[in-house]
Write a protein that binds this ligand. Structure first.
Ligand code: B16
Ligand code: MG
Length: 215
């Protein structure tokens, strides 16, 4: 039985992917190339530096030193922060706040498990910080998804064994991370992409606690 719900942030609670895409696209454009929305799918759930490496690969750019890469990632993050500083609670994905509240009302622990170092800013702008018993993000983990570290730390922080946790994820690497951690999985998105998730819904607005009881 479920005792804790661990939520990915980007793509589950809020659609920041569009801002990541705009900022990375601007960086690529300034280096003289472009990439598609389809390629952008591969960046979901992936850490900042790993995303940069993928993008440089798409542009066939192989001559950057690690200092130059740090500067590029910092530039992208500055553009990204400019955009997320404008976030408001209106951009919370449909049903997300309501579903987290339903979990809390039912006595379940709630946590965030995100790869993003900007998690505190985003939750603050969305006025959601208080809805989570624990927030584990890119500032507190070293191993990226599909390593289960981020979710295992979340489970530990709320004092629930992994087998009693369910993870809500929009990224393939995130579902794999949850499975690797011995947790139950709910995919948020398309069943064609999130093939390993136990159940898949298009958004938290489509989910009920009864559906979790069957996991
Ligand atoms: P930052 P999630 C992930 O968030 C995003 O999906 C991914 O596109 C991004 O590169 C990563 O966070 C790192 O974000 O640059 O803000 O640290 O889906 O794990 O909540
Ligand atoms: Mg995500």
């Amino acid at each position: 039985n479920i005792k804790a719900c661990i939520f990915d942030l980007d793509g589950v609670i809020v659609d920041t992917a569009v801002y990541h895409y705009k900022a990375w696209k601007r960086l690529a454009n300034e280096m003289g190339f472009d990439f598609t929305e389809r390629q952008n799918e591969q960046l979901k759930g992936v850490s900042r530096m790993a995303s940069l490496d993928l993008i440089l690969g798409w542009g066939n750019i192989t001559n950057k030193t690690s200092e130059e890469k740090d500067a590029l990632a910092t530039q992208k993050n500055m553009w990204y922060i400019e955009m997320i500083n404008q976030l408001t609670p209106a951009e919370i994905l449909p049903g997300a706040r309501e579903f987290v509240q339903i979990c809390r009302d039912a006595g379940l622990k709630t946590a965030i498990g995100s790869a993003s170092k900007n998690t505190p800013t985003i939750l603050n702008k969305l006025e959601l910080t208080q809805l989570f018993d624990a927030i584990i993000d890119g500032n507190s983990v070293s191993a990226p998804k599909p390593d289960p570290e981020v979710f295992l730390k979340g489970a530990e922080a709320v004092g629930v064994a992994p087998a009693h946790c369910v993870v809500f994820e929009d990224a393939v690497a995130g579902i794999e991370a949850a499975i690797n951690g011995g947790m139950k999985t709910v995919g948020i998105g398309s069943i064609d992409i999130l093939t390993k998730a136990q159940i898949v819904v298009s958004g938290l607005d489509k989910l009920t606690l009864d559906m979790l009881a069957e996991l």
